[in-house]
Ligand binder design. Sequence first.
Ligand code: PMP
Length: 281
Amino acid sequence: MKVLMNDQITKRNDIIIDIEDRGYQFGDGVYEVIRVYNGNAFYLQEHITRLIRSASELKMTLPYNEERLLTLLNQLVAENQLIEGNIYLQVSRGVAPRSHQFPEHSEAVLIAYTYKAARPLSLLQNGVSTILTEDIRWLRCDIKSLNLLGAVLAKQEAVDAGCHEAILHRNGTVTEGSSTNVAIIKEGTLYTHPADNLILHGITRQIILECANDLCIPVREETFTVEQLFAADEVFISSTTMEIAPVTSIDQKTIGSGTPGPLTHRLQQAFEEKIKTLKHP
Ligand code: PMP
């Protein structure tokens, strides 16, 4: 497997990560996960735009420009002959003697690699079970930062309960999942938390809003409560790797009919159409 380190594509074993890398010591960096379908990086431009925004919110600059990054990532996918899988990309603030404040001199360190992964087809078809837990994360969840402990603890709670995802709430308002966005359908309208500082502005969430628009499904980017979540006709989670996954239960309570709902299914079909248009490069 080849890895992109700064602007070099090289073998994994040739990479050295410094013990004083701030990504390693402070989680001081940003990342992206990008899906590859049929050899194409899906919505690559949107992921890179979000990466640049996350970096800029942390006052970090990437080691080179956007165009070069797009070229190198496409080259990495091609060199690894990846057909179905993901790209993991992270940028740390760089290497400096350990001290919390920004170093005077440091250069961002960029790493990207790819791995094979099949689509989660049975979960997409049958739905996932979830738990509800408190959102204990910081107040800048819009930044896709390497600090993921709030998400890690929530996901582990879900796994310990035999579930796939933890749905998070702040004082009774549903925010998102530990690694997904959450939407509900009530009486034909789709509700999802507004894209503010309390959630990650998911690329899949954005694609879903496009699909809903195409399908004339009314959308409200409004907060909804835990009570509304349990009373929803349909609930689904979304992410680059989970796509649009129906939620069939939360804390062992059945959602809607307990099977994937009709509007979730229509959105899944519209999403599928977008994947199908991708030709092998
Ligand atoms: N929210 C959180 C907290 C996430 O970690 C993710 C996945 N990175 C998402 C939402 C979904 O974002 P995307 O659709 O861009 O993968």
